[in-house]
Design a protein around this ligand. Structure first.
Ligand code: CP
Ligand code: NVA
Length: 303
């Protein structure tokens, strides 16, 4: 049956673990210079309504390494919902391409597209979530810690698309989550409750003070305070997020060897200090590079 990769909430623990395990094998093959041609003659169409470096390049390279190829489609060209109905575009494009990657604003648009697409649809980020990034991040956490149990991730910052996917990723894959988001920037309580109900074995705890949330964490994670599309709110956000920066002082409350993660692009000096992102605890570049392996696993699983 055709499957889409729209949100980690839709995927079972077993299936997500299967992708991670496949990604680990693909990473090994890549390091040993071994190639797979499993996606020969397959095409991934990629629609981007927002800028991207990592997502675009890692998917393009990933498809190429698997023997397939990609078509990059800027949103201004297609204008789904404006030039033609989303449903019409979905029916047309999925008749040509074997998979469709979409990065857009509204999550409803990607869901509508998926409803009418005959090919699998992959979420390359919406305002609601960023599942490829979060799954890849959990791959990195497992790899760096060398274990899959008794892990605590502490998220500090905006209750945004990244946090949403990490929340469900942690719930599905058994990672404890501590978080501190400023008032007005927290996910709705029902979402937190929903994630907790998916897995009673983990704890999901909200903290008011970032220093408390990072205590004992294996991983400290942050994302930008101003996401793509929110630029007009930047000044207000800078004020509201004061005190939520990941910096050396904050990390004095955490374990000496805690891993520091950020999905990138980072706004250095805002949500994270340059000293920390370039410091010994930071694994942000390995984290970015692992997107390639995990997304290749997603492509193999879906296409
Ligand atoms: N982390 C991430 O998705 O990066 P891009 O916006 O550059 O794709
Ligand atoms: N929250 C960020 C993530 C970028 C990968 C954004 O949506 O801009």
């Amino acid at each position: 049956m055709r499957r889409d990769f729209l949100s980690l909430r839709d995927w079972s623990h077993e299936d997500l673990l299967k992708i991670i395990t496949l990604g680990m094998g693909l990473k090994k093959e890549y390091q040993q210079n071994r190639a797979r041609n499993s996606l020969a003659h397959k095409t991934l169409a990629m629609i981007f309504a927002k800028p991207s470096s990592r997502t675009r390049v890692s998917f393009e390279v990933g498809m190429f390494q698997l023997g397939g190829h990609t078509i990059f489609l800027p949103n201004d060209e297609l204008r789904p919902g404006k030039r033609e109905a989303v449903s019409d575009l979905a029916r047309v494009l999925s008749g040509y391409a074997d998979g469709i990657l979409i990065r857009t604003f509204s999550h409803d648009l990607i869901e509508e597209f998926a409803c009418y697409s005959s090919a699998p649809v992959i979420n390359g980020l919406t305002d609601k979530c960023h599942p490829c990034q979060a799954l890849s991040d959990i791959f990195t956490i497992y790899e760096k810690l060398g274990r899959r149990e008794e892990i605590t991730l502490s998220y500090i910052g905006d209750g945004n698309n990244m946090f949403y996917s990490l929340l469900y990723g942690c719930a599905k894959l058994g990672i404890n989550l501590n978080f501190a988001c400023p008032p007005g920037y927290r996910l709705a309580k029902e979402i937190i409750v929903d994630a907790q109900q998916l897995n009673a074995k983990i704890s999901i705890k909200q903290f008011d003070v970032p220093g408390e949330a990072v205590k004992g964490a294996d991983v400290v994670y942050t994302d930008v305070w101003t996401s793509m599309g929110q630029e007009a709110e930047k000044e207000q956000r800078l004020r509201d997020f004061a005190g939520f920066q990941i910096n050396k002082e904050l990390l004095e409350n955490a374990r000496d060897n805690c891993l520091v993660m950020h999905c990138l692009p980072a706004h250095r000096g805002e949500e994270i200090s340059a000293e920390v992102i370039d410091g010994p605890n930071s694994i942000v570049f390995e984290q970015a590079h692992n997107r390639l392996h995990v997304q290749k696993a997603i492509l193999l699983e879906l296409l």
